[in-house]
Design a protein around this ligand. Structure first.
Ligand code: NDP
Length: 404
């Protein structure tokens, strides 16, 4: 009997793709037994470079931070931004006392107050139910914190469960508790639509702030332009999207290196950036006397245990490099990296243009793209830096010339 696709081995699936021998060998050589267990229809690993932000001072502690990114210049910029912000005592974190994830039971076709009344009358039942559904999180002093009904439209109600998931990101913990709580709402079964955590963890908003002197940033003129550029992203969605993308260059690289779900982190960030009804930059910069002050705030849902963090050995190592244990510490460091990344990008744009630093790194990617070997790379990068116009065709011509 022919096997179903999901029953094939990774190599059998690879063979079904009919790649040439070179590609098949490359994909085969990048397989890993552990990762084959993580997802469905596995064929190979995609390797992403990990680099180090070598020193960022967060709440008076020095951290080396692993960042996984394919984008040239991200890590150089993070190091530059951190160096600037480390000068005056580093970055400071304000975070909530506990992890507080939100789970939603969603009800529709309900126009009266029956569900809200049921929620206020049955609080004890919800807490009992949560304890039975996930006793292990209670042994860790976590668990259900509150339950509230929230009307979202004339016919839709969300019952929001606030849950302390301790050092886990908590998606599975929340969903497990929610599925059990659904049974408590049996009298509303006809109105029940679904049970799922929300990635918009608004009870878990973290704020990181830091400052740099106007002199250190390059003078009054540069500092004022940084503030003006950031202010632009408070009014223009086109600029705000790119400013936030730059911030996630840092935050998501740490999320990825530590095995965290960077889509969850980014979704929460973008939602928070829209909280006023107008999508804006997640950071705010302003000048007070001789100081340029920066701040970033957003809900951030990451863990130091659970999910793929425990399954991926490199993710565990990344946490060990930072020497952190708690999700709260990780949240602060990630936002600190985001703020440093943002400062470096804003400074680069107003002080000489983003391409100046960026292109040096892009030349290396371009050289590899046209097939330069590691030995040929430095010479080709140098030749590219001497050119007025640089593109793949130019890189290819220079490489061909070099090989003559
Ligand atoms: P897990 O389901 O792996 O739960 C974490 C487990 O770690 C806990 O249940 C607990 O088990 C154990 N643990 C050990 N130490 C601690 C500690 N200090 N604090 C808390 N728990 C501890 O992971 P999550 O619930 O975090 O789920 C995350 C995964 O869910 C991610 O991979 C994510 O991609 C995925 N996901 C995301 C969704 C979304 O974002 N919308 C939706 C669904 C899934 P014990 O107490 O038994 O030892």
């Amino acid at each position: 009997m022919t096997k179903k696709y999901y029953e094939l081995t990774p190599d059998e699936r690879l063979a079904s793709l009919h790649l040439d021998q070179r590609a098949t060998t490359l994909w085969h050589d990048n397989q890993s037994e552990t990762n084959a267990q993580l997802i469905e229809n596995y064929v190979s690993d995609m390797r992403i470079p990990i680099g180090i932000l070598k020193d960022i001072v967060v709440d008076d502690k020095h951290y080396a931070v692993p960042m996984a990114t394919e984008e040239p210049s991200v890590i150089a910029a993070a190091n530059h931004g951190a160096k600037l912000l480390n000068n005056l005592g580093g970055l400071h974190v304000k975070s909530p006392r506990q992890t507080a994830m939100i789970g939603q039971l969603l009800f529709y076709q309900t126009a009266d107050d029956a569900i809200a009344q049921f929620v206020s009358a049955n609080q004890q039942a919800f807490f009992e139910c949560a304890k039975h559904a996930k006793p292990s999180i209670y042994r860790r002093n976590g668990g259900l914190l509150s339950v509230n009904a929230r009307r979202v439209s004339p016919t839709q109600v969300s019952v929001d469960f606030l849950i302390d998931t301790k050092d886990a990101m908590g998606a599975n913990i929340v969903n497990t508790i929610l599925e059990a709580e659904r049974a408590v709402f049996s009298s509303f079964e006809a109105n029940f639509l679904g049970a799922i955590l929300s990635n918009y963890a608004t009870e878990q908003v973290v704020t990181v702030s830091a400052e740099v002197t106007v002199q250190q940033i390059g003078g009054q003129h540069i500092a004022e332009k940084i503030v003006a550029l950031n202010d632009f992203a408070k009014h223009d969605i086109y600029r705000a999207t790119t400013e936030n993308k730059g911030i996630f260059n840092g935050i998501s690289a740490v999320a990825l290196a530590t095995g965290n779900d960077w889509r969850a982190v980014e979704a929460a960030g973008h939602a928070y950036a829209s909280r006023t009804g107008c999508y804006q930059a997640l950071t705010t910069w302003h000048i007070v006397d001789n100081l340029l002050l920066g701040e970033i705030s957003m809900p951030i849902t990451v863990g130091t245990v659970g999910g793929t963090i425990t399954a991926l050995p490199q993710a565990k190592q990344a946490l060990e490099v930072m020497a952190i244990q708690t999700a709260n510490q990780l949240r602060g460091i990630m936002l600190a990296v985001g703020l440093a990344q943002n400062l470096a990008a804003l400074k680069a744009i107003v002080d000489g243009g983003i391409q100046r630093g960026h292109m040096r790194m892009q030349y290396r990617a371009l050289a590899l793209q046209v097939g330069a070997t590691v030995e040929e790379l430095p010479n080709l990068v140098f030749k590219l830096s001497q050119e007025q116009q640089v593109d793949a065709r130019v890189a290819q011509e220079l490489l061909t010339e070099m090989r003559k």
